[in-house]
Design a protein around this ligand. Structure first.
Ligand code: ATP
Ligand code: MG
Ligand code: MG
Length: 555
């Protein structure tokens, strides 16, 4: 029953629809904790959570899992909304787990009254020790049989701020010998003495993930609660709480949410933990959450990644039940593929050296035709100014060139893209021998389009007119880490690539880029895909390298 072209989650949904489960309704949610910016891993979750309702009908809501006030912030809430929209998805409603604090409290009180929860006064170390191991059963807490009245009284005291943080927790009373460790009287509430970004100082106790997530799903009417594989072992507890909830908060008898898990995205040469990403920001290794080296959606956007390239990447890697480490080259390939089809081709010289065509008239300017995208005739052309003094890339010239060097060298001919064939006749050097200018003769018969332009020359170089080009800063980005799997190492600091950013301040760009707007994508001929940085403006142009033209693994 493996239908071609659909993943296992879609196949589950198709079966559920066929069976009329949950009355044929599909409701999903994307549930980020607002404790950081979304990253490329979240994009994978977003694509499946929103993707299935786009495909099969239904609604996907955005739910902020805001149960941990010390780490959360409204800045993150706002960035999450921006990034989900940017990726191309629309949610039905916005919910906050904090909207359910009262309901969750009431549910906890019900459990206490039913003898299914108790206040434990032991330290977290003692509780952890008593948990046992999967092969060794746990030990009951000495507080396990505390009378309900006393539990209720203490729970209230915890929430009034009368108990210090860490001194007491509320635990569900389930089964200390269950082979599933999550059943061994899980902690469901703890004291946090920190105002919450939405509920202020109303609450001093906050529900744990397992006591908030499934319940929120149930309150909202979620049918398919899709998450990552690390929650597989939590699923029985998820179901247990739903069973309890169905008693205390009866809804439609046929309704019930189910959890499904897929493999999370791990990418080479980067890290995905929000805690570590925050460290990179706080310790100044990057300039912010949207630094183009970050695997965050804000960083990728600023780097020049398009929403389509990220969605295509997620589609390509697919959804399975096995953890894997994905080669970042695959993500780079996706953006290359997308930009190859879309990006306008322009000429930019990152490290200029002057090329003077000694037989070209001094005041003459020719406006030449340059194709915007050879992959797409409809993209049209733009004009580029040609004159006697040009800039070419310094590395495209070599004075004493070996045989296999086909770019510019004294005595040799090359073609200037969209212009003429030129022959180098000499150079000018300064006192210490650095080449300052290159001299060449152009052949007027070889203008692009003329019959003589077909003469065979080994290479075509890009160029800009000295007088007509504009200054620009170019930021060359590379991978943030030097090892494939930095998450494996204890301390990632020593693994940071010292050359992850190289700034080139003396670049020259063709005039076509004068009014380029932030985030616009281009292909710089022969150099790679670049976009306009958010801080770029007319008169002070800044470009970011999104990705080189080809996979540069061996570099
Ligand atoms: P972190 O551990 O870095 O804080 P998290 O998983 O706790 O990340 P959440 O904000 O809770 O981050 O994640 C929201 C949703 O995104 C969850 O459903 C989670 O499973 C999913 N998600 C997070 N990271 C990845 C990933 N690398 N690949 C796929 N899905 C992910
Ligand atoms: Mg987390
Ligand atoms: Mg989480």
């Amino acid at each position: 029953n493996k239908k071609k072209g659909i993943n296992f989650i879609e196949s589950i949904i198709e079966k559920d629809l066929a069976k009329g489960k949950n009355d044929g309704k599909i409701q999903t949610r994307f549930p980020p904790e607002p404790n950081g910016y979304l990253h490329i891993g979240h994009a994978k979750a977003i694509c499946i959570d929103f993707g299935v309702v786009q495909k099969y009908g239904g609604v996907c809501n955005l739910r902020f899992d805001d149960t941990n006030p010390t780490k959360e912030d409204m800045e993150y809430v706002n960035s999450i909304m921006e990034d989900v929209r940017w990726l191309g998805f629309n949610w039905g409603n916005i919910y906050y787990a904090s909207d359910y604090f009262q309901k969750l409290w009431d549910f906890a009180v019900q459990l206490i009254k039913a003898g299914k929860a108790y206040i434990d006064e032991q330290s977290s170390e003692e509780i952890a020790l008593q948990k046992g191991t999967p092969t060794r059963i746990g030990t009951n807490s000495p507080y396990r049989n505390r009378p309900s009245e006393e539990n209720l009284d203490l729970f209230n005291k915890m929430n009034k701020g009368e108990i210090p943080e860490g001194a007491m927790v509320l635990r569900a009373k389930i089964d200390m010998s269950n082979p599933n460790m999550h059943f061994r009287d899980p902690i469901i509430y703890r004291i946090v003495n920190h105002p919450h970004q939405r509920t202020g100082k109303t609450w001093k106790v906050y529900p744990m993930y397992d006591f908030a997530h499934g319940q929120s799903d149930y309150f909202e009417g979620v049918t398919h609660s899709i998450c990552t594989l690390e929650f597989v072992t939590h699923r029985p507890l998820y179901d247990w709480f739903i069973d309890q909830l169905k008693e205390f908060y009866p809804k439609d008898v046929n309704y019930r949410p189910f959890q499904y898990e897929f493999n999370r995205l791990n990418l080479t040469y980067t890290i995905m933990s929000k805690r570590k990403l925050l460290q990179l920001v706080k310790e100044g290794f990057v300039k912010g959450w949207d630094d183009p080296r970050m695997p965050t959606l804000a960083g990728l956007r600023r780097r020049g990644y398009t929403p389509e390239s990220i969605r295509n990447f997620v589609e390509k890697i697919g959804f399975t039940k096995f953890e894997a480490l994905i080669d970042i080259a695959l993500l780079e390939h996706s953006v290359r593929e997308d930009l190859n089809a879309k990006a306008k081709r322009v000429s930019v010289i990152i490290e200029p050296i002057k090329l003077i065509l000694i037989n070209y008239p001094k005041k003459k300017i020719e406006m030449l035709e340059a194709a915007n995208n050879p992959e797409n005739d409809l993209a049209g052309t733009h004009q580029i100014a040609f004159s006697r003094e040009l800039y070419i890339e310094r590395e495209d010239f070599m004075e004493n060139a070996p045989k296999n060097f086909f770019r510019m060298t004294p005595g040799g001919e090359i073609r200037l893209k969209n212009a003429y064939i030129v022959k180098c006749i000499g150079v000018k050097k300064n006192k210490i021998g650095t080449i300052e200018e290159i001299y060449a003769e152009y052949d007027p018969q070889t203008k692009s389009g003329l019959p003589a332009s077909n003469r065979k020359v080994k290479s075509t170089l890009h160029w800009v007119s000295a007088e007509h080009s504009l200054p620009a800063e170019i930021r060359l980005y590379d991978r943030l880490f030097v090892v494939e799997n930095p998450s494996e190492e204890k301390d990632f600091h020593k693994l940071i690539n010292p050359y992850s950013l190289i700034v080139k301040t003396g670049a020259r760009v063709e005039q076509e880029l004068e009014n380029a707007h932030p985030l616009e994508n281009f292909q710089f001929q022969r150099l790679g895909y670049f976009n306009v940085d958010l801080d770029s403006k007319k008169g002070k142009l800044i470009f970011n390298r999104t990705v080189s033209l080809k996979d540069s693994k061996g570099k």
